[in-house]
Design a protein around this ligand. Structure first.
Ligand SMILES: [Zn+2]
Length: 137
């Protein structure tokens, strides 16, 4: 039974609090949100996608694309070292897990069927991301 976990920010609170149960399950328990359900899947606004747990900026709208997979997809992280990857053999599949390099939150997986020039598809849960629209100048 999954009990409802309530996390509150406070002095000495650790790990970083997340807002709701889905965010908790994705970032801490490596759950995957239901495809085509994510709040950021169809977001095409210009801006930055940050880690929902710690606020580390991870992806730019400039590298977001529609992969048809049902999850927000990017072909490149915002910068080198923003995310870290590791082998994930869960669910009887060998995949490459993507997590936040700052806090270790689970974000999604990366695959080798992305568009040029990187050839990568970072398949990221909406629940692991916070979107900050870019200010128009
Ligand atoms: Zn983080």
């Amino acid at each position: 039974m999954a009990s409802k976990k309530k996390l509150h920010a406070g002095p000495g609170a650790s790990p970083p609090p997340v807002a709701d149960d889905l965010e908790y399950r994705v970032t801490r328990e490596k759950a995957t949100e239901t495809p085509f359900s994510g709040k950021l899947l169809y977001n095409k606004a210009a801006g930055t996608y940050a880690c929902v747990a710690c606020g580390n900026p991870l992806f730019s709208s400039q590298t977001k694309y529609d992969s048809g997979s049902g999850w927000p997809s990017f072909w490149l992280p915002l910068a080198e070292g923003k995310v870290k990857t590791s082998a994930d053999s869960g669910h009887n599949m060998l995949r490459i897990e993507v997590s936040c390099a700052d806090c270790g939150a689970h974000l999604g997986h990366v695959f080798d069927d992305g568009p040029r020039p990187s050839g990568k598809r970072f398949c990221i849960n909406s629940a692991a991301l916070n979107f900050a629209p870019r200010e128009e100048s």
